[in-house]
Design a protein around this ligand. Structure first.
Ligand SMILES: Nc1ncnc2c1ncn2[C@@H]1O[C@H](COP(=O)(O)OP(=O)(O)OP(=O)(O)O)[C@@H](O)[C@H]1O
Ligand SMILES: O=P(O)(O)OC[C@H]1O[C@](O)(CO)[C@@H](O)[C@@H]1O
Ligand SMILES: [Mg+2]
Length: 485
């Protein structure tokens, strides 16, 4: 199959022919045509000898997305690389909320760059995008990061807001980091790096340093990364930009799922079990568990399916109502009569349209511009009590509200997510080294691919309430569909 053509055709030995649209992927040579290539340093690795099938060849360079029949370049090492590893200066940054596995991705980027490609200058940019123009970067090596995969959070710190494009690009351009890291903080090194920065600004010539920037973050971060990439391309800078999608909510589209999501679902089981125990141990007891999920209910949905203790799962994609026929109160009334207790799981973004709020509350945004939600759990608890007191003033009733919010994301990744993070990091490294830029590394139908950043930044991943998985939830819970008849 010939790859440079965006549209090709694949046919099998039978009669069907499927048109395949190979998504074009930005490459540094698109605006720096004279870049030199080098043999992949993996050829010189003393510990393993790449077999002929080790490198991705044009004939195997394709991952098909079954959902939209688009094809993407396959992730993996290429025979020739567009960076001279000893002259690479890499930066890693983490943005947005926490997610299990962030530290694993950082660790694997450092170890992979160091061990596989021989890169020795790997900087951690502190506290999100703003770290490109404030504070000191940290020089990382395998020894420093060796146990980071066992830690929750991000050792580099993270933040929301602070996306100042000019200052970020200037930060990268003027060497990126205004302070030399500890191991090279002598005046001599400062001078060398200053000269190097001036040469870098002068243009990409053989022997000059190249930058690669690994940006770990969610949908907002990817939108910022697109702007950063566009500006870097406009300025024709020899800087590779790669995004690694991170979102505990699993709200980034195209890829199969985001790292840390499964760990979060696993952690959510503890909250649901506690809600179940509390509910069962009370007369007319309700266990109400709020789980993360700003605009998507994937955590609530998956936690419900795995737990089987849940009577009703409320997600942002499926509007619900409280009173009247087919409403939540009527359903709970039946469940309490039948079982004596009920467990309710609600995603934090659910019901936001029906919670009363002031005009000021409607306008409230966080530093990144995301809407600030009211607490659906607190509101539901109070609404449930009011309803019961009104309809059953003489009967006992208890609502135990459990809000494990940060507990499900501020933990180390589980084994599956750790493996996933490793593959993501290595995929990202191979792609950048091969000269690709402005892309995201991620799995599509189980195969790791390189997807243009622009596509990922706009691709959302809502729960499809018309699809099988939501029908499965409803068959497990038998909850109402909340479609007013
Ligand atoms: N449209 C945008 N353009 C440029 N930068 C953006 C944009 N949206 C968000 N950002 C920046 O991206 C960073 C992270 O964004 P945000 O806080 O929305 O988190 P996120 O990446 O979506 O992660 P998550 O929602 O999973 O926690 C912030 O520094 C924010 O300023
Ligand atoms: O970390 P913060 O700013 O409190 O944001 C919490 C939000 O981050 C997320 O974990 C990821 O977007 C959401 O589920 C949640 O609404
Ligand atoms: Mg987000």
């Amino acid at each position: 199959m010939s790859l440079p053509h965006p549209t090709t055709t694949a046919s099998d030995s039978s009669t069907t022919t499927i048109p395949i649209n190979l998504q074009p992927l930005p490459h540094l040579t698109h605006y720096l045509p004279d870049l030199q290539t080098h043999p992949n340093p993996l050829n010189q690795n003393p510990f393993f000898h790449p077999s002929p099938l080790f490198y991705i060849h044009p004939s195997s360079d394709l991952v098909l997305n079954n959902d939209n029949l688009l094809a993407y370049h396959r992730a993996g090492p290429r025979e020739r690389v567009f960076f001279d590893p000893p002259r690479v200066r890499a930066a890693v940054v983490t943005c947005g909320g926490l997610c299990p596995g962030m530290n694993t991705v950082i660790r694997e980027l450092v170890v992979g760059l160091w061990e596989l490609y021989g890169v020795r200058e790997i900087y951690g940019v502190r506290a999100g995008f703003r770290g490109f123009y404030t504070g000191d970067p940290v020089l990382m090596d395998p020894e420093m990061v060796h146990d980071w995969h066992k830690k929750g959070g991000t050792e580099l710190q993270t933040s929301r807001g602070g996306f100042d494009l000019d200052r970020i690009v200037n930060g990268i351009q003027d060497r990126g980091y205004n302070q030399v890291a500890p191991s090279s903080s002598s005046l001599f090194w400062r001078l060398i790096i200053l000269i190097d920065s001036l040469l870098f600004v002068a243009g990409p010539k053989p022997g000059r340093r190249s930058r690669v920037v690994y940006i770990i973050g969610g949908d907002g971060t990817m939108r910022g990364a697109v702007k950063l990439f566009d500006e870097i391309r406009r300025k024709k800078l020899n800087v590779g930009i790669v995004g690694i999608p991170k979102t505990v909510d699993n709200d980034v589209g195209i890829i199969d799922r985001s790292f840390g999501f499964q760990t979060a679902v696993e952690m959510a089981q503890q909250a649901i079990s506690a809600g179940h125990v509390e509910a069962e141990s009370a007369v007319n007891g309700i266990g109400l568990v709020k789980l993360m999920g700003r605009s998507t209910g994937h955590i609530a949905l998956n936690a419900t399916l795995s737990s089987r203790d849940v009577d009703c799962c409320l997600i942002p994609e499926n509007e619900f109502y409280l009173e009247g026929k087919g409403g939540l109160f009527e359903f709970l009334e039946h469940r309490l009569k039948k079982n004596g207790h009920a467990v309710l799981v609600v995603a934090e973004g659910a019901g936001q349209d029906i919670i009363p709020r002031t005009d000021a509350q409607k306008e409230e945004r966080d530093e990144s511009g995301n809407p600030v939600f009211l607490d659906v759990g607190v509101w539901l608890k109070s609404a449930l009590k009011k309803w019961w007191d009104q309809d059953h003033p003489d009967e006992l009733f208890t609502v135990k509200y459990i809000d494990p919010t940060y507990m499900i994301r501020a933990v180390p990744a589980n084994a599956t997510d750790n493996l996933y993070c490793t593959l993501l990091a290595h995929s990202a490294i191979h792609g950048v080294m091969a000269g690709y830029t402005g892309f995201v590394a991620g799995p599509i139908n189980g195969n790791y691919a390189y997807i243009p950043l622009e596509e990922v930044a706009v691709a959302k991943n809502p729960v499809n309430t018309a699809a099988h998985k939501w029908a499965w939830v409803r068959s497990v819970t038998n909850q109402p569909d909340f479609l007013r008849s």
